[in-house]
Structure formats: structure tokens, C-alpha cells
Ligand binder design. Sequence first.
Ligand code: SIN
Length: 316
Amino acid sequence: MQSISKNSAAKTVILGTGGTIAGTAEAGDNIGYTAAQLGVAQLVARVPALAGVPLEVEQVAQLDSKDMDFATWRLLAQRVAFHLDRPDVGGVVITHGTDTLEETGYLLHRVLAPARPVVLAAAMRPATALLADGPQNVLDAVSVACHPEARGVLAVLSGAVWVAGEMRKTHSYRTDAFSAGDAGPLGWLEEGVLRQLRPWPVARSVGLAPLERREWPRVEIVFSHAGADGRLVDALVRDGVDGLVVAATGNGTVHHEVEAALLRAQAQGVKVLRSTRVGAGAVLAKPGDALPSAGTLTPVQARVELLLQLLEGAPR
Ligand code: SIN
């Protein structure tokens, strides 16, 4: 039976935020369920292999992650930082919904860039499903959090260990619903043993201070698509938007009317980032590009990046 290595007396703190992993349904329904019903202590109790492992649990939020908001992000980042500061804590696990996992993962990666592991655990099936994936994912996340060399913000689903800042949800139903495009997973967790493919992530943190600002900037995402025009961008600028991410076509190309509107917005002080609506690959920047590239970030991660840049008050 898979067990957690007992080579460390350090505690793992498991923070609950809701999601399908905490969801329940009648009669094993895989899609007609309600997310965020079970508390984090109940999720842990469903994993017998965690009995005897030094753990602490805390319910930070209880929501369907489609409803994730700034206040919850701020609180979550603060609670993670609090626990990571404790000398008796080796790592933190966060149970979370899959729908906005790539946004929360990227936010925590940028604000914490921790030297110890912060591992997101999620599930594509509710806790009441015939083949619930949550208990194994929680156990695997704790295994990674207890790994003596682990560091950075990671996520574990379906046996794959992801660098949270790189991953994206790529399937709406399957339990192996995530990808990191060309980067691939950091490794695979097999019976509690990590088969590591590449080094632990090292990142530069912006710190928690930007999140403490009372008012968060308004950053919206617009799509470039066939038949698009600039009216949506112009309306958002009139409405006081602070930042715009364009989910562009291909290698960051933008419909000429949307591009003209984004250039007008930029000239008026609105910060713009160009990401791609394609599911993998980067926006490769060229000299003289008028609209800055978001690199490999998904549109929703680029939005988090722009929020942080605006909160910091200066470009990275
Ligand atoms: C959620 O994101 O909270 C619901 C969906 C999921 O976790 O898969």
C-alpha cells in the first residue's frame, strides 16, 4: 500500500478551498454534482494512508473555483505564507477546484515562489463518484509535500506533478485534464515515489505586499477572432479598465481592428498583454512588436500577471 515516507517529522498543512474534490452528488453522478460540500478534514479522513502522518488542516474557503475571487486569493496566499514561516511545517497542500487551478497556481507561484513545497490537489470527479480521483490526488500531493527536496508551487493530478505556473486545464472531463504544453510534467508520482524528469522550479517572488492593496485593478480578457472589431476594447477603455489581455490567434496575431483599438488603449495608459488562444506554445516576441507578449502564459495566467504588474505599480 502507498505510504508517506516518515523521514521527516515536519508537519504538512492541508488548506481546503472547495472544488469538485470536495463535491458531492446523488447516486455517483459524475457531472450533476455540487462542488465544495465536504470540509478538508472530511477529505483527509477518506485517505486511510494519511493516518499517523503529521498533518494539520484548515478550511480557508469553500467554493466552486469558477467563483474564485480576489479576497479568497489574498487570504489563501496569506495563510500559505503564514504556515510556510513556521519551523515545524515542511510543506503545504491546497485542495482546490480544477477550473481556475492554473490561475491560482500562477498567482501563488509569482507571489510566494517558496523554497518549500506548496502542492495543489484537485479532482475531476466528486468525492461521491464511483471512481473518485480526489483521495489518490490528496495522498500524492502530501507525498510530494513530504519530499525532502521539493520546492515551489506544484500541482498533482492523475499521477502527474506539474509546475503550477506552467500548467493549464486542457480537458473538460477526463481525470488527466492538465498539460504543461512543451514543458511537460515535472515528474510522475508512482506508488508514492517521484520519478522526477526535471529540476524543481525556482522563481522570483513579488511578495505578498501587492495583494494587500484594497482596490485591485480591473483587467479584462478580449478575444481576437474572425469578424472581430474594436468596439469591445473601446467600450472597456471608456468604462475605466486598467489592463487588457488579448487572447490572440496563432503566434500572437490580432485582427487589425482589435489591434488598432488595443493600440489606442495602450496610448491612453491601459496596460496590454498579448497571449495566444492556441492551447500550447508561446507568443514569440519580435523586435518592434507594439503589443508586449505574454510568452507561454495562458490568457487567464497573463491576466494574473498583468494584475500583479499593476498592483506592483511597475512592469516586471
Ligand atoms: C471547481 O473548479 O471548483 C469545480 C470543477 C472542478 O474542480 O473540476
